[in-house]
Structure formats: C-alpha cells, structure tokens
Design a protein around this ligand. Structure first.
Ligand code: NAD
Length: 250
C-alpha cells in the first residue's frame, strides 16, 4: 500500500545500519533516495547495490553549510525534496563525572545540532514548496537511563530531537510539513559495539530488559520510518513512535 514513486527522499547517516535499511526500504517503495553520509565510500557502495534510484552524497550533519549544500544539490539534481530522515548519530560510553568536554560537544554537535540543521534546511525547502515529511531518529535513551552503559550527552540529545519533532510539527503543519520521531530500542548495528555489545554480560543485561527478549533488526525501524513519510501517515505529526520491542513498557 505504500507507494513513494516520484518522491525524493534523503537519509542522513544512510551508509550503514538503520540508515542503510531505511534507504533500501524507501527505494523499494519507489522513492528516489539519497544516501547522505560523512563516509562517502560506503554510501557509494550501498547506492551501487540498490540500482538507479539510489544516489550517494557526502554530508557532515554537524556542519550547517554541508547540510545546506546537500539540500541545494538534491533539489538541483532531482527536482525536489519530499522526505528527510535525520538518522546520523554517534554515541560514546562515558559516565557523567568522567565525560570529557570533547565527548559532550561532539555528541551534541552530531545528534542534536545535526538533527536541527537537517530539519531546518529540509523544512526551508518543504515549507516553501508544498510540504513534505521529516523523521528524527530518537532513542529509548530519551525516555530511560539505559544500563549498564552511560552516555548522558547522547541521552539528552535524543530527548531533545524527540521534542524537536513536536515543536517543528506545530510550526510547519500549516505549510503541509509533518515532523515525527522514532525511538528505537537496542537495534542490531555497529553503534552498539561502542557501548559494550561484544561483552556477553552487557548483551545479556540488555536482553533481560526487553519484553520481547531480543535485539531489533534495522529493517524493523526502517519500516516505521517509511510508514511515517508515506501518505498512510497523513494525520500523524508531532509524534514519537516507540519501536523498541517493548523496552519502555517495563
Ligand atoms: N542501534 C541502536 O540500538 C539504536 C537505538 C536507538 C537509536 N539509534 C539511532 O539510530 C541512528 C542510526 O544508528 P545505527 O544504529 O544505524 O548506527 P551506525 O553507527 O551503524 O550508523 C550511523 C551512521 O551515521 C553516520 N554518521 C555519523 N556521524 C555523522 C555525521 N556527522 N554526518 C553524517 N553522517 C554521520 C555514520 O557514518 C554511520 O553511517 C542513530 O541516530 C542512533 O543514535 C540506534
């Protein structure tokens, strides 16, 4: 039922993990899809496997001019911009009392400021050209203090991008732009390595906190994102969808 034929979609941090699954699903639904990532080579490799509808572009979401250039080049090359997924994210495990300034700043720059830059630049185009849909990737870490790992800079950035969806949805609803967020639970991607997934005790502790008793696969998050940018979600804006295998139910 989801048909995105003729739509132009951008996924930041699209080269791997949840982003790559989202790129794949958007392209399968018919959208011309841009894989935008700080690492161009894996983005190009992904695009090459997915056929003519998928294109790679470099972006550093923490740099507003880089994000602006991306939006301008997408509009110039493909003729519009209908969907934007703020997916790029980083996390570094550190207790608050030990957290170096650089880790705080780097995390906020990418996860919070980078999401705002993406939403603002996409929103500028969409509000002026008949609408569109934006999705911010938040996290269970916005709603719970995760354990045993600690990463307060990540947690508060993810809380902020969830609320950002509500605020921007309100500002832009009359211009036909919907803004939502998805809050994934522990999902089977590279990012988990940085917070201890190689340690069987950490993995067991995570699984014990998940009602479904498992990690989520990236495509399960991608399916929610594709629904939210599609016309099936036409009345949904300013919301956070918890795709977390039940984590926040406990
Ligand atoms: N995997 C999980 O358990 C989980 C849970 C909740 C939320 N998330 C969120 O989902 C999103 C995707 O994460 P993932 O699990 O696929 O991780 P990942 O590390 O596999 O992928 C992240 C991607 O973002 C890119 N990236 C990082 N910084 C960037 C920047 N400044 N500019 C552009 N691209 C940049 C990386 O190159 C990489 O391709 C992130 O926002 C993450 O916080 C993940």
């Amino acid at each position: 039922m989801i048909d995105l034929t003729g739509r132009i979609a951008v996924v930041t941090g699209g080269a791997q993990g949840i982003g790559a699954a989202t790129v794949t699903r958007l392209a399968e639904a018919g959208a011309t899809t841009i894989v935008a990532d700080r690492r161009l080579e894996p983005a190009q490799e992904l695009a090459a496997t997915l056929g003519d509808r998928v294109h790679a572009r470099p972006v550093d979401v923490s740099d507003s001019s880089s994000v602006r250039d991306l939006v301008q080049s997408v509009v110039a090359d493909f003729g519009g911009l209908d969907a934007w997924v703020n997916n790029a994210g980083i996390v570094e495990d550190s207790r608050a009392l030990d957290m170096p300034d650089e880790v705080w700043q780097r995390t906020v720059d990418v996860d919070l400021t980078g999401t705002f830059f993406g939403a603002r630049e996409a929103g500028r185009h969409m509000t002026a050209h008949g609408g569109g849909a934006i999705v911010n990737i938040s996290s269970i870490a916005a709603y719970r203090a995760t354990r045993p790992e600690h990463h307060v800079a990540y947690d508060v950035s993810k809380a902020a991008v969830a609320h950002m969806a509500t605020v921007l949805a309100s500002e832009w609803a009359s211009a036909g732009v919907r803004v939502n967020a998805v809050a994934p639970g522990y999902t089977n991607t590279e990012i988990l390595k940085g917070v201890g997934s190689a340690d069987p005790e950490v993995m067991a502790a995570w699984i014990a906190q998940v009602p479904q008793g498992r990690l989520i696969e990236p495509v399960e998050i991608a399916n929610v994102v594709v629904f939210l940018v599609s016309d099936l979600a036409s009345s949904i804006t300013g919301q956070v969808v918890h795709a977390d295998a039940g984590y926040t139910a406990w």
